[in-house]
Design a protein around this ligand. Sequence first.
Ligand code: MF3
Ligand code: CO
Ligand code: CO
Length: 251
Amino acid sequence: MSIVNFSDNPNALQGMRDAGKLAKEVLDFIEPYVNAGITTDELNTLCHDFIIGHNAIPAPLNYNGFPKSICTSVNDVICHGIPGKYKLKNGDIVNIDITVILNGWYGDTSRTFLVGNCTPLACDLVEHTKRAMNIGIDAVRVGGHIGDIGKAISNYISTNTKYSIVRDYGGHGIGNFFHGEPFVAHYDTGELGDEIVPGMFFTVEPMINVGKYKCKVLHDGWTAVTVDKSLSAQFEHTIAITGNGVEILTV
Ligand code: MF3
Ligand code: CO
Ligand code: CO
């Protein structure tokens, strides 16, 4: 997949703004439902119906065989958790990752929610992960490089915490497709990466673990968990690089 350029497609920026805004609205809609006792499948159905009701399509559904409309990643699940019978309980953390397709354009965003009263460690992880995402976005500059993002997040996480940054998954180019170039590492790969130029759309979506960064995928083929069973959190925004600089599309 190649990078979408505004000059190639004058509708891209407005299309991506609309998709990003709807994805954000799904998270705002679901937040009050994220309480102890609800199942992740019930959250899935609520989001699915909301998305369909806004003339959009939930991008995960049937994407490479993914069986549900959203991802729900609880506690030691890093990402791509499949909604099911699991009932949220007091003290859980749960990432809800929403991707909508609106008029052919993709908006991708996620937040990690605290269920009831969480441990100080869980609260601290979630707070630092949100900061890490924002620091990654702040590092994005026209004329800079994709590698700046992981460098900034690595520096922040290593100076302020003992947590680790997931390496096996990253941000991605997005547009009238779900996942494309560039791959956005959230740790310092030591590489510069692609130059950041107007016309790019990509996500910043760091996953931070309390313990080691190592992941494994469960037998369902999707659910990525921490090997050491430590807690993991994630936040995600879709951003656009415009003639005026960086625009966050999912706020
Ligand atoms: N929304 C995820 C991302 O941030 C991708 C989910 S793919 C799925 O890239 F198939 F698991 F839904
Ligand atoms: Co994404
Ligand atoms: Co996502």
